[in-house]
Design a protein around this ligand. Structure first.
Ligand SMILES: Cc1ncc(COP(=O)(O)O)c(C=O)c1O
Length: 379
């Protein structure tokens, strides 16, 4: 039946590249090497379940996840996440969100409510950044993230200095997706200093805390921005560091002056109430129990995970020295492969994202050499 509607004016959209590649990898069966979506797999090719988090989930009271939580989220969860991000409990505007993506949405809406209509986005980046900005209605200006295969913070600082209207500067706090290459502490200090006294707002996307150098070490960038005395926003996620992707657990934090705390909290709550009302709670409970009862075990599991990623990086660097991925952090490496080369790998049952991003946490350690040989053949 033909129905008249303005909705018919909408044009077709490309499917999400990452979910699409993950679908093809899954369809290829259990022997396929799946370096597509950013999840952490175990050696058997299944989803890695953290035992600290499993125990917390099992100890949940049946009734707990059923009722409505406060709009901002479960207080114990918010306190635990605040301690992880800031190294201690502090009073700060914050709201529980539906994962890190929800936190990005919330914070971009907050910036937009404050009159910021543009974002400066160093690229390459996580492709979903572009989608989130555009659905929030924020205009994107891209700027290069790398020069000579290193983060080029000086040129980002110059770019920001030349902006004539307030912008959000959307940076990844660590374990850069897709390159794995992060700014040095000196670079972060220079960037934070350059933002002081400007009307631009730094938004740090922080979905990989603990998967780079360590839980505290990865949060040093937060401390640098705190010490610089700037207002900034943090989109934090528990999806990866607690392995609870589908439980949609995250927090949007706003570091602002004490006098602004109450009003900014009201705005964060209002954004949540009008979009998702309240964030899902099962992950919030799981995280607060993990952090209060099983923290040591959780930290050990993360340390083991980082070690396994480092070992994989060592093998890749040895077997494919031109890729020099030894100094990367986190899950991802961006391979300099053409679409044809990525297709040739696909014909060998090896799946990457179309931008050449490889998730090394998706490849079992015992198959890393096989992966490197296959990449060498197409390079
Ligand atoms: C750079 C980056 N930001 C944010 C996220 C958000 O993750 P989630 O919404 O699943 O918590 C991800 C997940 O892949 C990511 O890679």
């Amino acid at each position: 039946m033909q129905r008249e509607s303005l909705l018919a004016s909408l044009s077709a959209l490309e499917p999400d590249q990452i979910f699409e590649s993950a679908k093809s990898a899954k369809a290829a069966g259990s022997s396929a090497l799946n370096g597509t979506i950013g999840i952490i797999m175990n050696e058997e090719g299944g989803l890695l379940r953290m035992s600290s988090v499993e125990k917390s989930l099992k100890s949940l009271d049946d009734n707990e996840p059923i009722g409505y939580p406060p709009i901002s989220g479960i207080p114990e969860f918010l306190d635990a996440a605040t301690s992880l991000v800031f190294g201690k409990e502090i009073t700060i505007p914050r709201v529980a969100t539906s994962g890190g993506t929800g936190a990005l949405n919330t914070l971009l809406k907050l910036a937009s409510s404050a009159g910021v209509k543009k974002v400066l986005l160093p690229t390459p980046t996580w492709p979903n950044h572009l989608k989130v900005c555009s659905t929030v209605g924020i205009h994107i200006t891209e700027t290069p993230y790398l020069a000579d295969s290193l983060p080029c913070i000086d040129s980002i600082i110059e770019e920001v200095a030349a902006l004539t209207q307030p912008h959000v500067l959307l940076m990844q706090a660590g374990c850069h997706n897709p390159t794995g290459l992060d700014p040095s502490q000196d670079q972060w200090k220079a960037l934070a200093k350059s933002l002081k006294g400007t009307s631009h707002i730094l938004l740090l996307d922080f979905p990989y805390q603990g998967l780079g150098k360590g839980v505290q070490e990865d949060a040093e960038v937060i401390q640098i921005c705190m010490d610089a005395g700037i207002s900034f926003l943090i989109a934090w996620s528990a999806s990866k560091n607690h392995g609870i992707y589908g439980l949609r657990t995250g927090v949007a934090f706003a570091v602002v002056s004490d006098s602004e705390t109450e009003v900014i909290q009201q705005h964060l709550d209002m954004i949540s109430r009008s979009t998702i009302s309240v964030a899902p709670v099962t992950g919030q409970y799981a995280l607060s129990i993990t952090q209060s009862k099983f923290k040591k075990e959780w930290l050990d599991e993360l340390a083991e995970l980082r070690l396994s990623l480092d070992k994989k990086r060592e093998v890749i660097s040895k077997m494919l020295p031109t890729l020099s991925c030894i100094n990367t952090n986190g899950l991802f490496i961006k391979l300099p492969l053409s679409a044809d080369q990525i297709d040739s790998l696909k014909s060998k049952n090896i799946f990457l994202n179309p931008n050449g991003r490889l998730n090394i946490a998706g490849i079992p350690a015992e198959r890393i050499e096989e992966l490197c040989k296959a990449i060498a053949e197409v390079l």
